[in-house]
Write a protein that binds this ligand. Structure first.
Ligand code: NAP
Length: 296
């Protein structure tokens, strides 16, 4: 039995996208087919992968093996920085599409800005614009861009990104960037939406143990993860929680039957420590992170 799907979001080019999706970062390829099948069975209709995750092929296999029509699944993937540049990015689309086993990708985004090689980043985005014009992708966007990166992109290119996928969880909320998105018509998609990164990358406080979140969760008979997901959805963001555990995959989708009050939303807003857990976009260079993405 699947739970009702939260209301979709309409992107700036009128394409609709589920507001709650399924992430597969750090999901080993050998566990990806089973995880995505469980997610589709639970009701998820957005899968977020990336060339750099090494599991696009398994995401595609799971969708093909599932009972769900390809047309009913929103596939999002990301171009890695070693494939930036106009021609390289056009080719990177082909690599991803072939691994996924599809002709068209629903949302294709640049995984990171490459501040040291911003011209390459712009050329990569121009390739996304071409893919959009040619109908190879339904929407294009970016990830981990700051306000400064977005301004430089907007000044130099024609299509406003539909999405910026960024780190947002109760301990790091990027409010100035979110406000800029709203002004420009860019949708905010939260990665590590339940603060997984506070758990797998850190020894400090974990969002899952936060007393404010747990108190709200207890009042509804829900989990901390469910409360955090509800917080994103009610504030207009989409979220792409990851799990390889069937019970958690289902739990994270089961968020349609309760509503946080304005005070509860404000209490979670108040948890922002303004400290990034993921890599600083300024530190992303081809030298440090330029691993090659294999051919299909
Ligand atoms: N654009 C980017 O640079 C970027 C960066 C990071 C992530 N992402 C995307 O965002 C997705 C989600 O981010 P994320 O994986 O970093 O973090 P997340 O979804 O916030 O949390 C995932 C972590 O929390 C655990 N977990 C999942 N559900 C849980 C629950 N209900 N209760 C307790 N623990 C739970 C998972 O472990 P188990 O698997 O063991 O359940 C995993 O360790 C990724 O999969 C990826 O698609 C994008």
């Amino acid at each position: 039995m699947s739970t009702p799907s939260p209301i979709p979001v309409t992107l700036n080019n009128d394409v609709t996208m589920p507001s709650l999706g399924f992430g597969v970062f750090q999901t080993p390829p050998e566990e990806t087919v089973a995880s995505v099948l469980v997610a589709l069975e639970a009701g998820y209709r957005l899968i977020d992968t990336a060339a750099a995750y090494g599991n696009e092929r398994e995401v595609g296999l799971a969708i093909a093996d599932s009972q769900v029509d390809r047309a009913d699944v929103f596939i999002e993937t990301k171009i890695w920085i070693s494939d930036y540049g106009y021609d390289s990015t056009l080719h990177a689309f082909l690599k991803s599409a072939r691994k996924l086993g599809v002709d068209q990708i629903d949302l294709l985004i640049l995984h990171q800005p490459l501040p040291s090689e911003f011209k390459l980043t712009l050329d990569a985005y121009r390739a996304l614009e071409t893919l959009l014009a040619d109908g190879k992708v339904r929407a294009i966007g970016v990830s981990n861009f700051t306000v400064e990166h977005l301004r430089r992109l907007l000044d130099a290119t024609a299509v406003i990104p539909a999405v910026n996928q960024i780190e947002v969880h109760p301990y790091f909320q990027q409010r100035d960037l979110q406000t800029f998105h709203t002004e420009q018509g860019i949708h905010t998609q939260a990665w590590s939406p339940i603060g997984g990164i506070t758990s797998y990358r850190e020894n400090g406080a974990r969002t899952f143990d936060d007393p404010t979140i747990l108190a709200i969760a207890e009042s509804f008979g829900k989990s901390a993860a469910q409360v955090m997901l509800r917080w994103h959805l009610q504030e207009g963001r989409s979220a792409i929680p990851k799990s390889t555990k069937p019970a958690r995959i289902a739990e994270n989708f089961d968020v349609a039957d309760f509503v946080l009050s304005e005070d509860q939303l404000a209490a979670i807003d108040g948890l922002d420590e303004r400290v990034r857990r993921g890599p600083d976009p300024a530190d992303i260079t081809l030298e440090n992170f330029g691993m090659k993405i294999p051919e299909a």
